[in-house]
Design a protein around this ligand. Structure first.
Ligand code: FVH
Length: 302
């Protein structure tokens, strides 16, 4: 049984995720105020005990802790620009997905208006909120993270990644980049075997244990990248990793090779630069930012 908690919280944005966040707070006994651009979305939560003012100004001044879970960066400004002047002294936890620089811009804007800012990146789907599987990354104000911790922990395992407001988003989008390219690779494989009538379901059953086992290689490649020596013995070389036969096979089956062709292009670039005998992990060198020309976070946010 959860302990009832009197800490008041305002939740702005009652889409699938905002509604799940607000419902979890209500279940835990928090005094919860909700607001949504389309008011009808607040009806169910109001019936469960949430206060649901129609005016966003009333919502943001109801409690010292305001959570935003809106569509995107622009919708945060659209919602809060007209009322940010009334929020001085409050804490804003923004769980809306943004780019790192958008998060930094919001942090600077909030700070200029006397609002402490914590950015959050939700690594969960709405039904996972309040379960042990959910994780939310935070960065920005350490004070807000500490003060709001009891509330944040209602939703998920909370991880604080430091004072740079863009970091939570950067981790989030980096992990999603890995996830989407992996799924694209899986679907490309499904299309390959689909060309001879194998169903995607059958392919998933075959591919899942293989691809799951392969993820153990992340730590191995990471050690090579961090060590900075792509010539260490025992690595699969770029020459050995040449994927042109997979690209060719894909075309032979009438399947667009786009996902695997993109990887092949990264391999080819490193081979052309004379690194064919070095480790596959060297494709990292084609991808990584040039730290000498990457703007500092504060500069990039302007
Ligand atoms: N749902 C998920 O699985 C993912 C998990 C990872 C994190 N995301 C991010 O969470 C943000 C909200 O996602 P959501 O699933 O709740 O999204 P929707 O159901 O589409 O609801 C969007 C809400 O945003 C409101 N909204 C949109 N534009 C504006 C605007 N210009 N001004 C004010 N509010 C706006 C919308 O209101 P309405 O359309 O009902 O009036 C919804 O409340 C998101 O960043 C995900 O990337 C969720």
């Amino acid at each position: 049984m959860t302990t009832p908690d009197a800490t008041g919280v305002t939740v702005l944005g009652l889409g699938a995720m905002g509604s799940a966040l607000a419902a979890t707070l209500l279940d835990a006994g928090h005094a919860t105020t909700v607001w949504n651009r389309t008011p009808a979305r607040a009806t169910d939560l109001a019936a469960r005990g949430a206060a649901a003012p129609s005016d966003v100004a009333d919502a943001v001044t109801a409690h010292p802790l305001v959570i935003a879970c809106l569509l995107d960066h622009a919708s945060v400004h659209e919602t809060l620009d007209p009322v940010i002047g009334t929020m001085r002294g409050t804490a804003l936890v923004n769980l809306t997905t943004t780019t790192p620089n958008e998060a930094r811009e919001l942090a600077a804007w909030a700070e200029r208006n006397g609002v402490a800012y914590l950015d959050g990146a939700i690594m969960a789907t709405p039904p996972m909120i309040g379960t042990a599987e959910a994780s939310i990354l935070y960065s920005g104000s350490a004070d807000v993270f500490a003060t709001a911790r009891a509330v944040l922990d209602r939703w998920a395992t909370s991880t604080y990644d430091g004072a740079d407001s863009g970091l939570a988003s950067l981790y989030d989008l980096a992990m999603l980049s890995g996830m989407y390219t992996m799924f694209a690779g899986f679907l490309h494989g499904a299309a390959m075997v689909g060309s001879v009538g194998v169903t995607a379901t059958e392919f998933a059953a075959r591919a899942t244990p293989f691809l799951s086992a392969m993820t153990a290689g992340f730590a191995h490649d990471a050690a090579v990248v961090d060590g900075g020596d792509y010539t260490v013995p025992g690595q699969q070389s770029l020459d050995f990793s040449d994927l042109s036969h997979i690209v060719r096979a894909s075309r032979e089956q009438g399947v667009d090779p786009a996902p695997v062709a993109a990887v092949q292009e990264l391999i080819a670039r490193q081979i052309a630069a004379g690194h064919g005998a070095e480790a596959f992990a060297r494709i990292y060198e084609s991808l990584r930012a040039d730290r000498s020309t990457t703007p500092e976070p504060a500069e990039a946010a302007r």
